[in-house]
Design a protein around this ligand. Structure first.
Ligand SMILES: Cc1cc2nc3c(=O)[nH]c(=O)nc-3n(C[C@H](O)[C@H](O)[C@H](O)COP(=O)(O)OP(=O)(O)OC[C@H]3O[C@@H](n4cnc5c(N)ncnc54)[C@H](O)[C@@H]3O)c2cc1C
Length: 393
């Protein structure tokens, strides 16, 4: 299989990694189709996330920064409080001097919709309601079979189908996501006390929780709390709304605004497990490659999963564009990406597992303010991707 034989690419999953990869592959000249299981873009509408400066840089390389900055709001500084409400630090966040690289807080559904609309605007096909069920990888191409009985054929298949990836299960049946030691609660309120400070993300190192909140320009407080405890019961709880009641006593142990924010939440308090994939997960075989959470899901403590997925998209498109054949491109992609994303799995998992006494001193999350020059070169659309990353000094 040579590079010139490859024209058609199937992307499985129309989330962050998949849609961004489609934008990159289309920009590199490939004929791409995205197959997304959900019937519309409203999946996961409840959750929110922050995109870091590195993720915004990747979006800019895909020409998709404007589409994404049309939704959500920027974050320019990080404030850290301890469990008695004392401010420990208040520092600029990320590459704040460049407006297009500022951290951005947005709802997950908004981000997916913005990326999918940008894909549609460029003429990329995004098929909704297409749940992958099987893959046949052969010498002349790859075939995807969907739950509704339909099939699609291409030269390559990119598995961007998230944490519980079907593509990964078909590639490496033994690999399973594992619990990273924390439950993550989150919600919203328009009536939080003292809800000002737009542009600031406030972290609270509580005695039993790590809490975070950001206030939108419209006065909506987006909050999360990470709690070190056992995983959620399989099949959910019999109690109709237990999460607020589980969380509030933990937050009330501290003299911080966190408990009042949660108490003021309209709508449900949502919760999910922090989950990660083991290091060394196989990423590719034949004509099939995994990206995003399907390849390297990390616990959410560093807040980097979506940004890593956006970086993946740029590097994959450059690898296929610049290297002579898909096998060389997949191998180069892996050499460039694996050290960085596995470092994130390790650091983020370490924060989640070490979170039993979050009040002790030490950084919550490393947030570099200076651009990482090696990453800048790796992502720069106009500079070719090398077959191997340069040795780190
Ligand atoms: C509580 C929580 C908070 C987080 N906060 C942050 C944060 O602040 N910042 C950050 O950067 N990251 C954060 N993350 C991580 C981030 O959400 C993920 O890393 C990111 O969503 C990965 O994108 P993805 O496209 O790989 O996977 P996903 O976003 O999961 O997308 C996968 C897509 O594939 C589709 N799909 C699944 N199976 C199939 C199938 N069989 N056929 C077709 N389609 C399929 C799904 O419907 C979905 O649309 C957080 C994660 C959690 C759990």
């Amino acid at each position: 299989m040579s590079g010139t034989d490859v024209t058609r690419v199937l992307v499985i999953g129309g989330g962050i990694a998949g849609t961004a990869a489609a934008l990159g592959l289309h920009k590199a000249g490939y004929d791409v189709t995205v197959h997304e299981a959900h019937p519309d873009t409203a999946e996961d509408i409840g959750a929110f996330l922050t995109l870091a400066s590195n993720g915004m840089r990747a979006l800019a390389q895909l020409g998709a920064a404007d589409a994404v900055t049309a939704v959500g709001f920027p974050l320019t500084s990080l404030r850290l409080l301890d469990s008695d409400g004392t401010e420990l630090t208040h520092a600029p966040l990320g590459e704040v001097a460049v407006p297009g690289l500022r951290y951005r807080c947005l709802r997950r559904g908004e981000l997916n919709a913005a990326l999918q609309q940008e894909a549609a605007r460029r003429g990329i096909r995004v098929c909704h309601g297409a749940r992958l069920a099987g893959v046949t990888d052969g010498p002349h191409g790859v075939a995807a079979r969907f739950a509704d009985g339909s099939t699609a054929h291409a030269d390559l298949l990119v598995g961007a189908d998230g944490l519980n990836s079907t593509v990964r299960r078909l590639l490496t049946p033994g690999v399973r996501p594992r619990y990273a030691g924390q439950r993550v609660f989150y919600g919203y309120t328009g009536t939080a006390p003292d809800a000002d400070g737009t542009g600031v993300i406030t972290f609270v190192r509580g005695s039993e929780t790590t809490f975070g909140q950001a206030v939108s320009p419209a006065g909506q407080t987006y909050w999360f709390a990470r709690v070190s405890t056992g995983p959620l019961p399989v099949g959910g709880s019999a109690h109709p709304s237990p999460w607020r009641e589980e969380l509030l006593p933990l937050l009330r142990k501290d003299s911080t605004p966190a408990a009042d924010v949660v108490a003021a939440s309209q709508g449900p308090v949502m919760v999910t497990n922090a989950t990660e994939l083991p290091l060394g997960t196989v990423w590719h075989t034949g004509r099939v490659l995994l990206i995003g959470d399907a390849a390297h899901a990390a616990s959410p403590a560093t807040g980097q999963g979506a940004s890593m997925a956006l970086e993946d998209a740029v590097v994959l498109a450059k690898a296929l564009r610049d290297l002579p054949d898909p096998q060389t491109a997949f191998a180069a992609y892996e050499r460039h990406r694996r050290p960085r994303v596995e470092h994130n799995i390790t650091v983020s998992g370490g924060i989640s597992r070490g979170g039993r006494n979050p009040a002790r001193p030490g950084p919550v999350v490393a947030r570099p303010a200076e651009p990482d020059e090696a990453l800048v070169r790796q992502l720069a659309w106009d500079s070719p991707l090398s077959a191997a990353p340069p040795e780190q000094p």
